[in-house]
Ligand binder design. Structure first.
Ligand SMILES: C[S@@+](CC[C@H](N)C(=O)[O-])C[C@H]1O[C@@H](n2cnc3c(N)ncnc32)[C@H](O)[C@@H]1O
Length: 174
């Protein structure tokens, strides 16, 4: 399993605080897809931010990551508004409508970005935002330009290029 421990540390919380990074996009009641959620570093704060009226779909290829989230939220109120979703390698496979998508340090691991963007475009509501964050050590500026261009082929518009520590990031709008 990808190292779940290194994805959920105090140090990371300080550098990439989920509440600080996401507060401008998230309000109570939204339905959010955290794609490639890992051990829930973002899914759990997102669930707190959307509140009981909202929902977070925590989606990952690795059953072990979903199990970690399950263990973190079991017997808490968050159990009610986090839905765990097991992806297939070639397909995220969630088919409900969502207001916001987060893909943090995931896209460079996907086998087919074009297919992925088509899938995300089909589930995001019109006017919805999609935040993509990639690790600078794996993704060059040119790679990010290619990613933005592929998202454009699926129908997304470039909305913003936020600055996130150690990362290359883009906000897309449907
Ligand atoms: C580097 S981790 C990032 C986890 C989390 N987003 C974070 O920032 O803490 C990448 C995650 O993407 C997941 N992943 C890789 N390929 C995937 C795919 N095809 N579909 C869904 N998830 C995938 C991995 O299992 C892993 O949990």
């Amino acid at each position: 399993m990808e190292s779940a421990g290194s994805l959920d540390t105090k140090f990371r919380r300080w550098l990439q605080n989920p509440y600080r990074l996401l507060k401008q996009y998230i309000i109570e009641g939204l339905t959010v897809l955290d794609v490639g959620c890992g051990p829930g570093f973002f899914s759990i704060p997102l669930a707190e931010m959307v509140g009981p009226a909202g929902k977070v779909i925590a989606a990952d290829l690795q059953e072990g990551m979903l199990e970690i989230i399950h263990n973190k939220i079991k017997s808490t109120d968050l159990e009610k508004n986090i839905q765990l979703h097991k992806c297939e390698k070639e397909r995220i496979g969630y088919t409900g409508e969502v207001d916001f998508v987060l893909a943090f340090y995931v896209i460079h691991e996907l086998p087919d970005q074009k297919k992925f963007f088509d899938e995300m475009f089909s589930i995001l509501k019109p006017g919805g935002y999609f935040l993509i964050v990639e690790p600078k050590m794996h993704i060059s500026k040119k790679d990010l330009t290619t990613t933005i261009s592929q998202s454009g082929d699926a129908g997304f518009q470039l909305f913003d290029l936020p600055k996130i520590f150690l990362s290359r990031s883009v906000v897309l709008k449907k």
